[in-house]
Design a protein around this ligand. Structure first.
Ligand SMILES: Nc1ncnc2c1ncn2[C@@H]1O[C@H](COP(=O)(O)OP(=O)(O)O)[C@@H](O)[C@H]1O
Ligand SMILES: [Mg+2]
Length: 329
């Protein structure tokens, strides 16, 4: 296993990633990193925010705050560069009627702009890797689930990306197909030094394949570490977050009713909680000075009639009490 201490730069790095849908916090301040040769599991129940985070990594959606870097390139600022080094396998396999395996791979190789010998080589490499050569002529809408997943993984590799984002690739596979998929993913990491992020809602499904895992629930990372660390309770968890994200309270006084601002605030990044008493609001805020400045600017731009905006730092103990009273207990 290649880990942080090998002195490599992360090839996947999520930095305080946020994506809300109205008041629904699908991805809520998520940070973690993965390195070349590493298979990282992204585990959480249905609705935890895995697909939303992965779609942002794949440049198919944008965060409302924070950023993610793939091989050092921002998904927000350099999406084209990211797409060149990243392969994304979505959780559903597009069914294309009247197309065989060779035509399917050829279509994707053309989409990447490959021509002539380069395209032939790319397709041959993928066919050999996924062991699909004997099935070249097979219609893809007649493939078994296991074969479809192998082909879909193959398609994801056509431009030989450094980083692979695989959304629930083992879902619905029979045990044999699952073992085969696991072998292919291990090969990608160990023989080819790819970085693999793989999601699942079943911890045991990923236990044997991942070097480390991040556990997500309701948009928040609950714990990260190797499986052994998590079992022994030594992985990084909420206590670490307490130190890295200083929580402050911001008191805002409004001219007139505070209700409109409250509704607006609960949809903003880093705003964990809002309480209202008359014209005064108290915001529990987990961002840094830049984020706080951003919030004040946005409040003013949105034309709320604010007369004061005052930050009060909470003690570490208050912060710890707040977090441990929450849903993690
Ligand atoms: N485009 C969208 N609009 C509104 N809500 C969404 C959208 N996409 C996802 N969600 C919601 O965000 C939450 C996280 O979803 P998702 O990332 O698909 O979870 P997971 O992949 O972990 O099952 C869910 O509550 C889901 O309903
Ligand atoms: Mg999903």
């Amino acid at each position: 296993m290649v880990a942080e201490n090998a002195g490599l730069s992360p090839t996947i790095e999520l930095r305080n990633l946020h994506r809300f849908f109205g008041t629904l916090r699908a991805v809520d301040n998520v940070s973690f990193s993965a390195y070349p040769g590493q298979v990282m599991g992204f585990i959480g129940p249905n609705g935890a925010g895995k697909t939303t985070a992965m779609r942002i990594l794949a440049t198919l959606d944008l965060p409302i705050a924070g950023d993610a870097l793939i091989c050092g390139e921002s998904v927000i600022n350099e999406p084209d560069r990211v797409r060149r080094v990243l392969g994304f396998m979505p959780d559903s396999f597009g069914r294309y009627p009247n197309m065989n395996i060779l035509e399917y791979l050829d279509f994707f190789a053309r989409a990447y702009g490959f021509r002539g010998a380069v395209r032939r080589d790319a397709i041959e490499r993928v066919l050999a890797f996924a062991e699909l050569e004997p099935l070249l002529d097979k219609q893809i809408d007649t493939l078994s689930k296991g074969m479809s997943q192998r082909l879909c993984l193959g398609r994801t590799l056509i431009h030989d990306p450094e980083v692979l984002i695989l959304d629930e690739p083992a879902a619905g596979l029979d045990p044999r197909a699952r073992v085969e998929l696991r072998e292919l993913i291990r090969l990608l990491a160990t023989e080819m030094s790819k970085t693999v992020l793989i999601s699942s809602h079943i911890l045991t499904e990923l236990g044997e394949i991942c070097d480390s895992v991040s556990i997500i629930e309701a948009g928040k990372i609950l714990a990260s570490g190797t499986i052994e660390e998590l079992q022994q309770g030594t992985g990084s968890s909420v206590e670490v977050d307490v130190e890295s994200a200083p929580v402050t309270e911001i008191e805002v006084t409004m001219l007139g009713d505070a209700g409109g601002l409250e509704t607006w605030l609960v949809q903003q990044a880093y705003v964990d909680q809002v309480t209202v008493a008359g014209q005064r609001l108290t915001i529990t805020f987990s961002g840094d000075d830049d984020a706080r400045h951003g919030l004040l600017k946005a409040i003013v731009l949105a034309d709320f009639r604010v007369v004061s905006f005052e930050t009060k730092t909470q003690s570490l103990e208050d912060t710890f009490m707040r977090i441990t009273r929450g849903e993690l207990q």
